[in-house]
Design a protein around this ligand. Structure first.
Ligand SMILES: NC(=O)c1ccc[n+]([C@@H]2O[C@H](COP(=O)([O-])OP(=O)(O)OC[C@H]3O[C@@H](n4cnc5c(N)ncnc54)[C@H](O)[C@@H]3O)[C@@H](O)[C@H]2O)c1
Ligand SMILES: [Zn+2]
Ligand SMILES: [Zn+2]
Length: 367
């Protein structure tokens, strides 16, 4: 079938709106009419070739929509079901069977290569295959092919489907990072570096966990203000001085948890330095270069028992965590809608500029 898609054709270039051909769902696949798709920083990381997906490519990995057809063998969903699309995973490896599918052994193959595991693509232009299957969906489009494993059925009828897509990546990464990966206990202290969609979802997650001190470090004033409204107890502008010293003024012994979303090496170093003894630092921000690294003083790491934890997708298991986040949203405890601005899909380049400038936090594109 034909559908409209935003196609990435060159690193750092604009997306172009084109008509593409989408294959019928194969065994285990699900065809979804996209109601809305979030724009995540990771889409730009792929367009700009930090993730070296061959271009042209249809990206987009925060889709939500309605199932219109299913391939052979699919039993989890049927046409008419409302679904959120998440990351792909194999379902068989030790991490998948251990309910940590975001650390699936095949995660890179299934999410980043631009093709199905067998090397084929479900998307073509004028008979020529282009990269698709990004995060098992490529949902910057009117319709997308997902798999049975990475669609999550949403039973609640009262939630606006078009804004649910970011639960499938950015919001579950922030919330799950704090609620699952760091598992901050009630009364604990946390510093969250970066108040974009992931960092602000982490603030909401910290409130849900009943953290007593939630310090948000973010250069954009509007995002600091939003962080306060969402429950941060303190906000810091990194341009205002020595961030480590400002955090130690609030928490002289350091924070028990830190969560880093900016990806900047210097910020990671600060986050590590403000940890209390046996403190745990969670890293989710994509660094500027594949070779970006950190020099860590091993003696201080060992002496104070500090821990560093790389996190993918907030340890989400999709079928368990996304309905949990929807329930928290319906209870008024995870108001992620406050972060969203919608744009028509054909204004994706404008949405990217707005997100980069900080005039919107999370753009959701409506095909
Ligand atoms: N690990 C994962 O599974 C996963 C999932 C989703 C996104 N990500 C990555 O997480 C990161 C955050 O995603 P996002 O969508 O919120 O991106 P974003 O770019 O909107 O957020 C980053 C925030 O960091 C802020 N920042 C910049 N300099 C800073 C500094 N010196 N100190 C503190 N904050 C600073 C920016 O102003 C921005 O608000 C991105 O790198 C994204 O690719 C990772
Ligand atoms: Zn697996
Ligand atoms: Zn993402």
């Amino acid at each position: 079938m034909e559908t409209v898609a935003a196609v990435a054709r060159e690193a750092h270039g604009e997306f172009s709106i084109e008509t593409v051909d989408l294959a019928a769902p194969r065994r285990g696949e699900v065809l979804v009419r996209i109601a809305g798709v979030g724009l995540c920083h990771t889409d730009l990381v792929a367009r700009d070739q930090f993730i070296p997906i061959p271009l042209p490519a249809v990206l987009g990995h925060e889709g939500a929509g309605v199932v219109v057809a299913v391939g052979e063998g699919v039993t989890k969903v049927s046409p008419g079901d409302r679904v959120v699309l998440g990351f792909a995973s194999c379902g068989h490896c030790a991490q998948c069977t251990g309910n940590l599918p975001s650390y699936c052994r095949k995660f890179p193959i299934l999410n980043y290569t631009g093709a199905r595991a067998d090397g084929t693509s479900g998307v073509s232009i004028a008979g020529k295959a282009i990269s698709a299957n990004f995060f098992g969906q490529s949902s910057f489009a009117g319709y997308a092919l997902a798999t049975e494993r990475n669609v999550v059925k949403i039973d609640a009828e009262d939630v606006p489907l078009e804004i649910l897509g970011p639960l499938g990546c950015g919001f579950q990464t922030g919330a799950g990072g704090v609620m699952r990966a760091l598992a901050c206990p009630a009364g604990s202290t946390i510093a969250i570096f970066g108040g974009g969609p992931v960092g602000l979802a982490a603030v909401m997650g910290a409130v849900i966990q009943a953290c007593s001190t939630i310090i948000l470090i973010e250069p954009i004033a509007a995002r600091r203000k939003l962080g306060r409204e969402l429950g941060a107890t303190h906000v810091i502008d990194p341009a205002a001085g020595d961030v480590g010293a400002m955090i130690r003024e609030i928490q002289p012994d350091g924070v028990e948890f830190a969560f880093e979303t900016s990806g900047h090496e210097a910020v990671v170093a600060t986050a590590l330095s403000v940890l209390a003894s046996h403190g745990l630092l969670g890293l989710v921000g994509v660094p500027p270069r594949p070779e970006s690294s950190l020099s860590v003083n091993l003696a201080s790491l060992i002496t104070y028992g500090r821990r560093i934890h790389g996190i993918i997708e907030g340890d989400s298991d999709l079928d368990g965590f996304i309905p949990e986040l929807v329930a928290l949203y319906r209870a008024g405890r995870f108001p992620f809608d406050k972060l969203i601005t919608t744009f028509p899909l054909d204004r994706i380049n404008e949405a990217i500029s707005a997100q980069l400038k900080g005039t919107c936090v999370k753009a959701v594109l409506i095909p």
